[in-house]
Ligand binder design. Structure first.
Ligand code: SF4
Ligand SMILES: [Zn+2]
Length: 391
């Protein structure tokens, strides 16, 4: 794990954690929302665990704001309390007639025993098994918590309900995942977990659109390549989420200081267009993340006038395929095309990253020692995908 994290992004994120503990007054809450989606009703329940262990260990990922909902820092939460909160939330939906798909969120990993102890996990699984309306259940987790034993326990208790295990891979590119996101695991770690999931449940993979430091063109190439890598896993679903801005994150800091521009919706249209050509019934690709919890401070956008129309079309992508994004138009298209042309002239990613890191070291006074840790950047050969003609 250690070789897949960025000490510099960790050090900056830690500063925001300290700031957060000074300002935070909010108590962690149990939240539930029932949404109607093109695929049917979806119930989301967010449990008030202590939050993601990766944040405690290494400051967390550059864009992630979940920890701000967790009352950080906290001791592990009592099992009886978590199972009780889950019971209370689920019981609010007992009278719903139609089946729904249930997503259990923890602001971290459902399978992390520091967040949900084994006895609480078992209790929650039994409640789900006993709820007749739950047709399908999704748990999110980092790959290191996926084991054969825990997957078998889940399958045994759920008694035939459809299972989805969702992993935030973010990108198939180890360089980007480490130095732009500070995710703390490698593609091989993901691959091991993904292979355990296949056959026991459906693999759902979250991919992020435009992590820090990538320009608009690199971001398009990165996510298209990543979605294609996910398609290698039989029956998998790739969920593409454009970065949004959350408080106390490195992402927010660079956005506020105008060193990061949220992805253009035109870039998502281009991603959908490229992926639409390779999508197939055994692999699904969806675009999501426009109504995330917690509500973001900034979202992917175009000129403002066409944003709603674009988002509606993008949300339909995957349901009626690439046709959903065909024929969109707005006068801001030309501005986006200029951004793409300018991105073609950018210096190599590793060079820009080194400069950005040096600036962070200075601004946060991280000391010379950490500067010595600057890695020998070697961007992968596909960091500059060629831009397709005629798009
Ligand atoms: S994105 Fe996931 S792994 Fe990263 S800090 Fe947030 S909850 Fe943890
Ligand atoms: Zn527009």
């Amino acid at each position: 794990m250690e070789s897949s994290h960025s000490s510099i992004l960790s050090a900056v994120a830690d500063r925001f954690r300290v700031e957060m503990t000074h300002h935070q007054t909010r108590k962690p809450q149990t939240v539930s929302v029932l949404e109607s989606t093109p695929e049917g009703n979806k119930l989301k329940i967010v449990l008030p665990t202590r939050g993601c262990s990766w944040v405690y260990k290494s400051g967390g990922c550059s864009m992630c704001g979940f920890i701000a909902l967790s009352g950080y820092p906290r001791e592990p939460v009592d099992s009886g309390l978590l199972a009780g909160r889950f019971r209370t939330e689920l019981s609010k939906y007992r009278d719903i007639r139609d089946a729904f798909s249930l997503c259990v969120f923890t602001n971290g990993s459902f399978l992390d025993e520091n967040e949900i102890a084994p006895d609480a996990r078992l209790d929650i699984l039994r409640q789900i098994a006993a709820c007749r309306q739950v047709a399908e259940v999704r748990f999110e987790t980092r790959p290191e918590y996926v084991t054969e034993d825990v997957l078998e326990e889940i399958s045994d208790v759920l008694q035939g309900k459809r299972l989805q295990i969702a992993i935030g891979l973010e990108t198939a590119n180890d360089f980007v995942r480490r130095f732009c996101i500070n995710k703390g695991f490698s593609y091989d770690d993901f691959d091991r977990a993904a292979r355990l999931v296949i056959g026991r449940g459906q693999l759902v993979v979250y991919l992020v659109v435009k992590p820090l430091f990538l320009n608009e063109l690199e971001a398009i190439g990165d996510v298209v390549e990543s979605a294609r890598a996910v398609m290698e896993f039989e029956g998998s679903v790739a969920v593409l989420s454009p970065v949004n801005i959350q408080p106390y994150t490195v992402q927010q800091y660079l956005w506020r200081t105008r060193r990061y521009r949220l992805p253009w919706l035109w870039s998502l249209v281009e991603i959908a267009r490229q992926i639409g050509q390779t999508d197939s019934p055994s692999h699904q690709v969806r675009i999501s993340g426009f109504n995330s919890i917690p509500g973001p401070q900034g979202l992917a956008h175009n000129c403002g006038r066409c944003d709603r129309q674009m988002i509606d079309a993008l949300l339909r992508f995957g349901v009626d395929d690439a046709k959903a994004v065909a024929g969109l138009d707005c006068e801001c298209l030309g501005r986006w095309q200029t951004v793409i042309r300018e991105a073609e002239q950018d210096s190599p990613l590793e060079e820009r990253l080194r400069q950005a890191y040096m600036q962070l070291i200075q601004e946060f006074d991280l000391g010379e020692d950490i500067a010595n840790e600057l890695p020998p950047f070697q961007a992968p050969a596909d960091a500059h995908p060629s831009y397709p003609a005629g798009s």
